[in-house]
Design a protein around this ligand. Sequence first.
Ligand SMILES: *Cc1c(COP(=O)(O)O)cnc(C)c1O
Length: 398
Amino acid sequence: MREENLTPACQRLYARIDLDALRSNVDQMKACLAPGTKMIAVVKADGYGHGAVPIARELEQAEGLWGFATATAEEAFELRRAGVAAPILVLGYVFPESYERMTEEEIRHTLFREDTLPELIKACKSLEKKGIHKKAKVHIKVDTGMNRIGIKPGEEGLAFVKRAASEEEIEVEGIFTHFARADETDKSSAQTQLTSFISFLELIEKNGCQIPMKHCANSAGIMEMPAAGMDAVRAGVAMYGLWPSEEMQKERISLTPALSLHGRIVCVKEIEAGEAVSYGGCFVAEKKMRIATIPAGYADGYPRGLSGKGYVLICGRRAPVLGRICMDQFMVDVTDIPGAAEGTGVTLLGRDGAEEITMEQLGEMSGRFNYEFACCLGRRVPRVYIKNGSVCLIREDE
Ligand SMILES: *Cc1c(COP(=O)(O)O)cnc(C)c1O
């Protein structure tokens, strides 16, 4: 599918991002939630490659949305710079140098380290001197089994929560944990984490601490663990129409991939039996063939692992990759696709007629993960945003 009115940069290759699909995925997930459970839209890694700012703009006014989550402070600043006013939570550890700016911009900290407290207080006092009266809003991270970041539940964790809650400069807005295995059919590990989180929350409440926002579910949890709903959930990959894993019950909810990738053939030629194609001469023709060159490569995020394995769609048919994927180009077999000519559109990811290539399939073929594929889409690939079926925005590298 090629759109009308694309910019010159989009002629070579572009990612089409369907905001209607994004909305529909968000609605599908919302339908899994109890009334009153808010959604935190996870837009880390530039919105899993889809573009954090356009995604945030699209969702900011959506009903039931609490705000956004990023992985780093810089990602949060980018949203603020673009005028996103909704709450933003940074999910990862941030170094103290950014605390003042985060606090000033009301970006929520993920708190789990003892030494963060005095640094946050210092940042607040420094803002105070400048006439800015703001508390540092934090969400305490609890490690219930992922063993990544977070305080351990139990008496020691309780002491930490109490200390944070007692500080004048700090507002404990939320508390959360993260599942390591909610995307598996067997939910026993995720259930153990959930139980551990709930008992910790009870311990905290018994000790007189009230924390307004409790959250633990990721996409897989939202779809398959209704008991993990609580005050909010953190929706990531499924918003973009991607599945958390192959083990998910795909018939329970309908997701539409938001991203597809489109280019054009730039060269068509015939080769004779015995001729090799691309670096290393790994592919050698056994017969006379027609081959086409696609102007996309691993620098665009089309994995080199698809060398000799992947395929693209041309005129609604599969054209297999021949030989190695280069940095900026690769070749495909169009012997049986007479319509393939210089200028013909190519779908590298997405649907063309009855055929579809999903990120899950490309991930599988290249030994990569669907999330990884989305996140690695190159900066030089323009993003074309579709709303109500037509182009509403084009983001390209200047
Ligand atoms: C990335 C992330 C999420 C979102 O996970 P998905 O599987 O993409 O839904 C939620 N919470 C935390 C802490 C994360 O790092």
